[in-house]
Design a protein around this ligand. Structure first.
Ligand code: SF4
Length: 229
């Protein structure tokens, strides 16, 4: 079995509570969503077997903290990861950090045993302009994350509605497990993707915190400030 991979590189985590951590990124090709603010849909890829990917990873020094599976949507390659991750863990002791859009619960179940940290996006329809609503997919995904360390990231734009924030609050409030929620103001791209108003962002933060009882932070994309990828 092979997987389509767009790039493999060392850099620093640019989002969430691990921001600044040195990481080895494997960027998988392709995604099941089409968010309006997407900045990672690459055109090119190379196909890797699990042995080829391991060899490429072992070529890097091991002075990084986590192996990050990113995309695109890495869980579109769950069958490949199910074979690859145990192999990786035999050779390297790094934690596996999965960055995902949080919609493919069945695929997560295939690899959950070898994933240590999950950073999932919560895709609000008003922010992403995706054609389908994802409330139920996200709910199933959070269930499938079991007791793994879970970070839930929500990109907020000037189009984000309070109705979507309320719907998300309803979903998150159902869970009696530990996770952190990050509201991430969008990095403006093109002419129509705009940052949210600061007061609105603070209102959303207060609302989600009150409704869910979870830690809620506002954090931007640090890697864009640092000028790294
Ligand atoms: S889920 Fe991520 S990779 Fe997929 S379209 Fe949205 S922003 Fe892009």
């Amino acid at each position: 079995m092979q997987a389509k991979i767009s790039e493999i590189f060392l850099s620093y985590q640019g989002e969430g509570p691990f921001a600044g951590s040195r990481e080895l990124f494997v960027r998988f090709y392709g995604c099941n969503l089409s968010c309006v603010f997407c900045d990672t849909m690459l055109e090119s890829y190379k196909s890797f077997s699990k042995e080829m990917l391991l060899g490429k990873i072992l070529d890097f020094d091991d002075d990084y903290n986590e192996l990050v599976l990113t995309g695109g949507e890495p869980l579109m390659h769950a069958d490949f990861l199910k074979d690859f991750l145990p192999l990786f863990k035999k050779h390297r002791g790094h934690e596996v950090y999965l960055e995902t859009n949080g919609t493919l619960a069945g695929e997560l179940e295939k690899v959950i045993g070898d994933v240590d940290i999950i950073a999932m996006d919560f895709k609000l329809p008003s922010s992403t302009e995706n054609s389908r609503e994802v409330w139920l997919s996200h709910e199933k995904f959070i269930e499938a994350a079991e007791d793994k360390q879970l970070i839930i990231k929500v990109v907020i734009t000037d189009s984000t509605t309070i109705d979507d924030i309320k719907m998300m609050g309803n979903v998150l409030a159902k869970f009696n497990k530990d996770f952190v929620v990050i509201l991430q103001p969008v990095t403006p791209t093109g002419s129509h993707i705009k940052e949210p108003d600061g007061e609105m962002l603070l209102f959303f933060k207060g609302y989600v915190n009150k409704e869910t009882g979870k830690d809620v932070s506002i954090l931007g994309q640090v890697h864009k400030c640092l000028g790294i990828r």
